[in-house]
Design a protein around this ligand. Structure first.
Ligand SMILES: [Fe+2]
Length: 167
């Protein structure tokens, strides 16, 4: 688990964003790509392993959660390549760079899976929100807008997950 920002590699491009700016943005996006891929695999982990009286409802909820976050892997990776960066998106690359804590490997009960996902979604939601301002301050409105879109969906998903723990 690391949040260290490494120097990003970028290719030549005629895009009207400086090489220096693109390197900074791509380095941040690499961490987001890793976190997004990591979170995606956690939603599937919950989908497969949940048991108990609410099994079917949560099994479906976690798959819906997976499908939603999975879309953002491609969006983030292709923002990296659109900025002429190189996307590091394999499972092993993601595991090395993700800032999220490992998902527990011994839980089955629905509440435990909800709690585990909520904890990780909250960290991810904070990471994404912080990058809206960071990208705006760097001068990349396009990437800031992408983070805003992800942030809105993640806030809503966090609400869905938390609502299942209420009452
Ligand atoms: Fe399935």
């Amino acid at each position: 688990m690391t949040t260290a920002t490494k120097e990003a590699k970028t290719y030549h491009s005629k895009i009207d964003l400086s090489d220096d700016l693109r390197k900074k943005v791509v380095a941040k996006l690499q961490i987001t790509l890793a976190a997004t891929a990591d979170l995606t695999s956690m939603a599937k982990q919950a989908h497969w392993n949940v048991k108990g009286s609410r099994f079917y409802q949560l099994h479906i909820l976690f798959d819906e959660t997976y499908n939603e976050i999975n879309e953002y892997i491609d969006m983030v990776a292709e923002r990296i390549t659109a900025l002429s960066g190189y996307a590091h998106g394999t499972v092993r690359m993601s595991a090395k760079a993700s800032p999220l804590p490992e998902y527990p490997d011994n839980i089955t009960c629905g509440e435990k899976h909800l709690e585990a996902l909520i904890e990780r979604y909250a960290i991810y939601a904070k990471h994404v929100r912080e990058h809206i301002d960071a990208m705006t301050n760097l001068g990349d409105a396009g990437t800031a807008d992408m983070y805003t879109e992800i942030s809105r969906a993640v806030d809503k998903r966090l609400w869905f997950l938390e609502a299942h723990l209420e009452g």
